[in-house]
Design a binder for this molecule. Structure first.
Ligand SMILES: Cc1cc2nc3c(=O)[nH]c(=O)nc-3n(C[C@H](O)[C@H](O)[C@H](O)COP(=O)(O)OP(=O)(O)OC[C@H]3O[C@@H](n4cnc5c(N)ncnc54)[C@H](O)[C@@H]3O)c2cc1C
Length: 411
C-alpha cells in the first residue's frame, strides 16, 4: 500500500493528526493495533488545550462533543492538601468556545477516543486500519516502509507520524527518546459508583496525601454517579520508597477522614489497572528525516498535572501542518521537519519548562499545606492561582522560591 502520510496509533495524537490532514485535503492511513472502541487507562480529564485544538479543527464537532451524554462538563479544580485543607479553583471561562461549551470535560477514554475515531472513519480522506500492529519500520528509496506484526500489511509512506503512545517501540528508534524513571509516572485507575460529595460543577479533585508528594490521589466525576479514581507517582520514588500504589489508594479510601465518608456507600465497578505517563523532562528533537513523534510517544505529559491529552492534540495538529508543508515543498529532510519542533516549543515549551521547575516545590508537605491554607483564606492569592491555571506569566511566578518563603513567613 502506498500513502502520503501514515499515522501509527489512533489515540488523541493520531486522530487529531488524521482529522487535521483531512481538513487540509491530504489523504492518510490511520493505523491502530486495537479495535475501537478500546479503553485507555487515564484520569479522563479533557482540559483546555483539547477544547482549543478541537475548536480550531471544527467548531461544530466541539459543539457536538459537548452535547454527548457520556461526559460531564467540568468547571474547576479542587486541591486538597495533606492536612485536608481544601482549595477550590474555578477554571476561567470567557465563553470563547461558544454558548453551553464549558472550559473542560470529564469523559471515559473509551468514549472520547471512539468519538474521535468515528469522526475519522466518516472522512473519505482517512483510511482506518484497525487490529494492525506495526512493528517494523525501515527506510526505502522514496519513503518509509512499515510492516505489520503478522506481515500481512506493508505500507510505503512519504512521511510517518508516530503517535503510538508511551510503550511505543518507535520512541527509541527512530525517535531517539529514552525513558527516565524520574520522569516516568505510574498511574493506577479504577471506576467507582456512588462516591458522594463531588462538587456540583464537577470539579476535578487532586488530593495530595501525606507520604505521596509530589504524586496525588484523584477523583474525577463522571456521568451516572460514576467517578474515575486513581493515584499517580513517579517510578523513581515508587522504587526508592518501595511504594505500593494500590495499597495507598485503598488505604486512603478506607482511612482518610475526608475520603472515607465520601466512599462509605461507593462500589468499585472495575478492577484497578495501571499504565505509564511519560513526563516532559526537557526540550529534545521530536522529528527526523520523514518522521514526526506525537503525543505520549514524544514524552509530553505535564510533570505537575499529569495531563497529556492536550499535548497529544497539539502535536497531532502541528504534525499535520508540518506534513502538509513537507508534501507541498517535497522536502522531508530532517532540517525541514524540525520546524515542527520549533512550532511545538513555541506553543507549549514555556508552559512545560515552568511545570518542570514548579515540581520540586510540591514535594514539601509543610510548604504545600501552608500555601493551600493561605490561598483558601486569601482572595488575592486565590485569584493569582486561578490566573496561573491559564496565564503563563502568572504561572512563572510559582517557580520563584521567594514566593514560597513569603507564604511560609506569612508575608
Ligand atoms: C493513569 C493515567 C491517568 C491520566 N490522566 C490524564 C488526564 O486526566 N488528563 C490528561 O490530559 N491526560 C491524562 N493522562 C495522560 C493521557 O492518557 C495520555 O497523555 C494520552 O492518552 C496520550 O495520547 P496518545 O494519542 O499520545 O497515546 P495513546 O492514547 O496511548 O494512544 C496510542 C495508540 O497507539 C496504539 N498503538 C500502540 N502501539 C502501536 C503499534 N505498534 N501499531 C499500531 N498501533 C499502536 C494504541 O493501541 C493506542 O490506541 C493519564 C495517563 C495515565 C496513565
Amino acid at each position: 500500500m502506498q500513502t502520503d502520510v501514515a499515522i501509527v496509533g489512533a489515540g488523541p495524537a493520531g486522530t487529531f493528526a488524521a482529522l487535521f490532514l483531512a481538513k487540509f485535503g491530504v489523504k492518510c492511513k490511520l493505523i491502530d493495533k486495537q479495535k475501537f472502541p478500546r479503553d485507555k487507562i487515564c484520569g479522563d480529564g479533557i482540559s483546555g488545550w483539547v477544547l482549543t485544538v478541537l475548536n480550531e479543527l471544527d467548531k461544530e464537532l466541539l459543539a457536538k462533543l459537548s452535547k454527548q451524554d457520556f461526559l460531564v462538563h467540568s468547571h474547576g479544580m479542587r486541591i486538597v492538601a495533606p492536612n485536608s485543607s481544601i482549595l477550590d479553583l474555578p477554571f476561567m471561562d470567557d465563553g470563547s468556545f461558544g454558548a453551553g461549551i464549558p472550559p473542560g470535560f470529564i469523559c471515559r477514554r473509551i468514549d472520547f477516543d471512539n468519538f474521535m475515531m468515528e469522526e475519522a472513519k466518516r472522512r473519505p480522506e482517512i483510511e482506518v486500519l484497525e487490529e494492525t500492529e506495526i512493528n517494523e519500520f525501515r527506510r526505502g528509496k522514496s519513503g518509509i516502509v512499515l510492516n505489520s506484526k503478522n506481515r500481512d500489511v506493508r505500507i510505503s509512506a512519504k512521511l510517518v507520524i508516530f503517535a503510538s503512545g508511551v510503550n511505543s517501540k518507535f520512541m527509541k528508534e527512530p525517535g531517539g527518546i529514552l525513558k527516565d524513571k524520574k520522569f516516568t509516572m505510574t498511574g493506577i485507575r479504577a471506576y467507582y459508583k456512588g462516591v458522594s460529595g463531588c462538587h456540583p460543577q464537577n470539579y476535578v479533585e487532586l488530593h495530595f496525601l501525606k507520604g505521596l508528594l509530589p504524586g496525588y490521589f484523584w477523583v474525577f466525576p463522571l456521568p451516572g454517579e460514576m467517578a474515575n479514581v486513581g493515584v499517580g507517582l513517579d517510578r523513581h520514588r515508587i522504587g526508592k520508597k518501595k511504594i505500593n500504589l494500590k495499597k495507598i489508594m485503598l488505604e486512603a479510601i478506607a482511612t482518610n477522614p475526608y475520603l472515607k465518608t465520601r466512599f462509605k456507600d461507593a462500589e468499585m465497578i472495575e478492577n484497578i489497572k495501571a499504565w505509564q505517563l511519560p513526563l516532559w523532562d526537557g526540550r529534545r528533537k521530536l522529528s527526523g528525516e520523514r518522521f514526526l513523534m506525537a503525543g505520549d510517544a514524544a514524552s509530553l505529559v505535564d510533570p505537575v498535572t499529569g495531563e497529556g491529552i492536550g499535548h497529544a492534540a497539539i502535536t497531532g495538529m502541528l504534525a499535520a501542518k508540518q506534513a502538509r508543508r513537507s508534501l507541498e515543498e517535497n522536502d522531508f529532510s530532517s532540517a525541514f521537519m524540525s520546524r515542527y519542533d520549533d512550532r511545538l516549543y513555541k506553543k507549549v515549551g514555556k508552559e512545560l519548562d515552568i511545570s518542570k521547575k514548579i515540581l520540586p516545590f510540591i514535594q514539601y508537605e509543610r510548604v504545600f499545606n501552608r500555601v493551600i491554607n493561605r490561598a483558601s483564606g486569601s482572595k488575592v492569592l486565590k485569584e493569582k492561582l486561578i490566573l496561573a491555571l491559564t496565564d503563563l506569566e502568572e504561572r512563572k511566578k510559582l517557580k520563584n522560591p521567594m514566593l514560597y518563603l513569603k507564604i511560609m513567613l506569612g508575608m
